[in-house]
Design a protein. Structure first.
Length: 74
């Protein structure tokens, strides 16, 4: 198996992990209303919610990086 296959497998695993993290995050109940003048925009995240929020960005960045590397080494 070549290096690009390992990168694609890693990107798949990170994609599944990213989907799982997004599904685990709780609903704030504001939906699109917060975009159009809702009051819940500047709410502070604490504890587990903050960790999940940060992990979402970390996994998204890693997913993007591994996807780009797999295309480059293909």
């Amino acid at each position: 198996m070549s290096f690009s296959v390992y990168l694609m497998i890693a990107a798949d695993i990170m994609g599944i992990a990213l989907i799982s993290i997004v599904l685990v995050q709780g609903q704030t109940g504001s939906g699109l209303g917060s975009v159009f003048g809702g009051t819940d925009i500047y709410r502070t995240r604490r504890g587990m919610e903050k960790a999940l929020f940060n992990m979402t960005f970390l996994l998204a960045g890693l997913f993007l990086l591994f996807s780009l590397l797999s295309v480059m080494f293909e």
